[in-house]
Design a protein around this ligand. Structure first.
Ligand SMILES: [Zn+2]
Ligand SMILES: [Zn+2]
Length: 168
C-alpha cells in the first residue's frame, strides 16, 4: 500500500490488432488487475474496443472489493466497488473521457479511477449501528463504554493507565 492518490500500476490494453480491423469492428479484452491500490484482492476488468471513423471507443466494466475504514470508528472494512464506463481515444469529444493511445496501448487507469470514485459509498460504516469513537478519549465505543460522559476529570484515569502500562 502506498499513499492515497499514488497509482502504482499501469493497466494497459493493446490496440495493435483492432487498429488493423475495418471501421465498426469490436475487440473484447479482459485484464486481471493484481495491484490496484485500494483493492482487497485481484479483480478482472472486461471491456470492448470499437474501431470508429476516427480512433477507438472503449467500454469497460469492473467490480472489486475495496479496502476502506469505517467513518465512525476507523475499523477496516471492505466496500463493493463497481460499474461500467466509456471513453474515446480521440480528444475533444464533449463530456467524454479521453484516453490517448501511446505506442499502440491504452492505459485504463483513469477509467478504473472513475468507476472507483463514482461508486464509492458516501458513508462507509462497519455496521449501521456503529457507536464510533469517543471524541474525548478515542475509546472505540463498540468495545466498551468510556467514562468521559461522566463528571470525573480525566487526570485519575491517565494515572491509572500509566500504572497499568508499567507492567509492560
Ligand atoms: Zn465502525
Ligand atoms: Zn471517552
Amino acid at each position: 500500500m502506498g499513499s492515497p492518490g499514488v497509482v502504482l500500476t499501469l493497466l494497459c490494453v493493446s490496440t495493435a490488432a483492432i487498429e488493423r480491423q475495418p471501421i465498426g469492428s469490436d475487440e473484447v479484452f479482459a485484464l486481471t488487475v493484481s495491484d490496484w491500490q485500494s483493492a482487497a484482492a485481484p479483480f478482472v476488468l472486461q471491456g470492448t474496443l470499437t474501431r470508429m471513423n476516427d480512433g477507438l471507443s472503449v467500454r469497460m466494466e469492473g467490480h472489486w472489493q475495496a479496502q476502506a475504514s469505517c467513518d465512525r470508528c476507523l475499523r477496516a472494512v471492505t466496500v463493493a466497488i463497481g460499474g461500467e464506463t466509456t471513453a474515446l481515444t480521440t480528444e475533444g469529444a464533449l463530456g467524454e473521457t479521453w484516453l490517448p493511445v501511446v505506442d499502440q496501448e491504452i492505459d485504463l487507469t483513469p477509467l478504473v479511477e472513475e468507476i472507483e470514485i463514482l461508486s464509492w459509498p458516501t458513508k462507509v460504516l462497519c455496521a449501521d449501528d456503529c457507536r464510533g469513537l469517543c471524541p474525548t478519549c478515542g475509546q472505540d465505543l463498540n468495545q466498551k463504554r468510556c467514562l468521559c460522559a461522566e463528571v470525573l476529570p480525566p487526570g485519575p484515569f491517565d494515572q491509572l493507565r500509566d500504572l497499568l502500562g508499567k507492567d509492560d
